[in-house]
Structures are given as structure tokens and as C-alpha cells.
Design a protein around this ligand. Structure first.
Ligand SMILES: *Cc1c(COP(=O)(O)O)cnc(C)c1O
Length: 364
């Protein structure tokens, strides 16, 4: 059986030692472990600030909450978001009573189509939220230029792309602020829920830090109506160990992606397009085929597990019934045709070869 995901770790002794350190310390929240991880992660991403949060959705939500608090945006303002994304990106916008404006993806990269963004900008637009979906970079110069031209905040959803880079700069450092998720299956995953915001904007970081802790700037003094969204010391300690292994994990993902890109030759299957300026972190290896459900069943019959990212686009979800009549053909086609192949550090070359051979023999 080749599983879609296998989260087992080879360096468990390091994790156990770090967990023992936290247990023995008797200090479980808002301590040295979290401060250390924040420093290391900011350094890794290449920003001056990192604020740990309880999860990735909160990281994104609190970026916009802080912009509202600072008067940079107000309720009812518009945020441009990709139509092809995980629902959390959009929830972060609507949670703040901001209005998401969906933009279709580029059918080659599956990321937001930068050539369609300008037409979606109105006098109410305040921000573009790009999502580095599947671990590939959604940023480009054209998007940065639009943000400058219209005075928009560029926010990155980097939940799926730890380790991805654009012209040598890590995603998460390319815009005004970025939300990161450390959900266990992400490229950098905790042993539970965790997230973070990275930014070079010190003032924004200070507001977000207060918002994660009830809106408090000093004990029992509350400047904002905040929430409780803190990373705990145990997760920070786990993440600090895992961060030191992230580059080797990304290298392994890239090697598997390379095998798939070189090895899969089936006219029924479209492989992801690779571009020169980005270093893809390969969170997901998405292939497209009009025979997606048959291919998935065929692979399952051979003991190869795959997944679909995602079966239902956000604008077709019951949660967003206001978009029920919206028609976004490119997004909808991706959701009909996308299939994700196994890609994770523990996958062996032999297993990757089996996946390649099976797909090459697939007929509709
Ligand atoms: C996982 C994910 C999130 C949410 O992160 P959580 O830590 O699960 O809250 C946000 N955006 C994208 C694109 C994701 O994949």
C-alpha cells in the first residue's frame, strides 16, 4: 500500500528530548520556547517580525483584524482572493466583515491569474490576498506593481508553502504580511494546531501579538477586543526541531517531484508546469485529467492512495450560498480534474516509481 500521507518522523528522539524539556520546565505558554521559535522562523522566512498564533486561520484572520484596528481598512472593504483556494483563506476575510472578490486561476499554474486582477479592483479594494497553493509561488512582479499603483496591502497565505522561494526570497517575506499554518500535514507541521504571522511591519506585529492574547499589551490592560490564539510551548519546541529539518524535507519533496515530472508520460494526464523564477516547495503534486475519478479508482485498485485538492470550490460551498449563482469555469474545471499524488519525505524512490508506472499504464 502506498499511502497518500505518512507523517512518521525519523528524528523522534530529538522531538522527545524537546518535549521533555518543556514538561520539566513547568512553563507551558508565552515562554522562551515560543520566543525562540519565532526568532528562528522569522530568520528562516527573512522578515524582522514573527508572531506565533494558535493556528493558520487565526494568523490570516488577525492580519486583517489588525489592519481594521489600525484604520488601514474598514468593514465592507474589498479583498481580492483566488477562487481556487482552501476555504480558510476566504474565511479570514469574511470573519472580519471584509468582502472577498474572487479571481480565477491561471490554468497552467493553478494560482491566481495576475492578468485578471486589475479588472477586479474597485475604489473599495484594500488588499490582495495571494495563496501559495500546493506549495508553489503565487507572487509575481505584476501583483506587486498593482499593490503599489492602487495602495493595496499584499497579504500572503503561506499555509502550504514553507520553503518555497521566488528569485531566492522565501514566500512569506514577499508581501506586507503573511499567515502560516503548522497543521500537522503541512510542510512544516506541528504535533497539533499552530500558526504564525511574518511581517516587516513592527506596528502591525505588535497589534497582532496583542490580539492573540485578549487584546492585551500588558497584564490586565486591554487595548483591543482580542481573542485567545497563542501557540503553546510544546508546539513551539516541536516546530523548532522540525524547522531544522525542513530544508532536507523540502529537498526530498523536490526529488520526488522531479521523478514524477520526468517519468510520467500519459497523454490523458497534465503535469504541473515548472517556472524558472520559483523554487516550489511541493506541498502537493497536482495533476489534471478529465478522467480524474477513473484514475483515482484505478490507482486505488493498485494500492496507491491519492487525494483531491479540492472536490468543491469555495463558491460552491453551502457556507457561501451567496455565491451559488457565481460561475467560475476555470476554478470549477480544476476542481473536477485535479488529483494529488503522494509526495512526502518518507515516500521511497521505489514507491514513487510504482506511482509513475501505474499512471503511465492508465487508459480510459
Ligand atoms: C491549512 C490551510 C489554512 C488554515 O490553516 P489551519 O492551521 O488549519 O487553521 C489556510 N490556508 C490554506 C491555503 C491552508 O492550506
Amino acid at each position: 500500500m502506498i499511502y497518500f500521507q505518512d507523517l512518521r518522523i525519523s528524528y523522534t528522539e530529538e522531538l522527545k528530548a524537546a518535549a521533555a524539556r518543556v514538561i520539566d520546565s513547568g512553563w507551558y505558554l508565552l515562554g522562551q520556547e515560543t520566543r525562540t521559535f519565532e526568532q528562528h522562523y522569522a530568520h528562516y522566512i527573512g522578515t524582522s517580525q514573527c508572531v506565533a498564533t494558535g493556528n493558520g486561520l487565526d494568523a490570516l484572520t488577525l492580519i486583517y483584524r489588525a489592519y481594521l484596528q489600525l484604520g488601514v481598512m474598514s468593514e465592507g472593504d474589498e479583498v481580492i482572493v483566488p477562487a481556487n483556494t482552501y476555504i480558510a483563506s476566504i474565511l479570514a476575510v469574511t470573519e472580519n466583515r471584509l468582502r472577498p472578490v474572487l479571481v480565477e486561476p491561471d490554468p497552467d499554474t493553478l494560482e491566481i491569474d495576475s492578468s485578471l486582477i486589475e479588472a477586479a479592483i474597485t475604489p473599495k479594494t484594500r488588499s490582495i490576498l495571494i495563496v501559495h497553493l500546493y506549495g508553489r509561488c503565487a507572487y509575481c512582479q505584476e501583483i506587486a506593481d498593482l499593490c503599489r499603483k492602487y495602495g493595496l496591502k499584499l497579504v500572503e497565505d503561506n499555509a502550504q508553502a514553507h520553503g518555497c522561494a521566488y528569485q531566492g526570497h522565501k514566500t512569506g517575506s514577499l508581501g506586507d504580511a503573511a499567515g502560516h499554518s503548522f497543521y500537522p500535514t503541512k510542510n512544516l507541521g506541528a504535533l497539533g494546531d499552530a500558526g504564525a504571522v511574518t511581517t516587516d511591519d513592527r506596528q502591525l506585529a505588535e497589534v497582532i501579538r496583542a490580539l492573540t492574547n485578549y487584546g492585551s499589551t500588558e497584564k490586565y490592560v486591554f487595548r483591543y477586543k482580542g481573542r485567545n490564539s497563542r501557540m503553546d510551548e510544546l508546539q513551539a519546541a516541536m516546530l523548532d526541531v522540525k524547522l531544522s529539518h525542513l530544508d532536507e524535507a523540502t529537498t526530498r519533496r523536490r526529488a520526488i517531484a522531479h521523478m514524477y515530472l520526468q517519468g510520467i508520460h500519459n497523454p490523458l494526464v497534465r503535469l504541473p508546469k515548472v517556472t524558472a523564477e520559483e523554487e516550489n516547495a511541493w506541498h502537493i503534486f497536482p495533476i489534471l485529467t478529465p478522467y480524474r475519478d477513473q484514475l483515482q479508482a484505478y490507482l486505488r485498485s493498485l494500492g496507491i492512495e491519492t487525494m483531491i485538492h479540492y472536490p468543491i470550490p469555495p463558491h460552491k460551498q453551502e457556507a457561501y450560498s451567496e455565491w451559488a449563482n457565481l460561475h467560475l469555469p476555470i476554478t470549477e474545471q480544476i476542481h473536477r480534474e485535479e488529483l494529488s499524488l503522494p509526495i512526502y519525505p518518507a515516500l521511497t524512490d521505489t514507491e514513487a516509481s510504482s506511482v509513475i508506472n501505474a499512471i503511465n499504464l492508465f487508459k480510459n
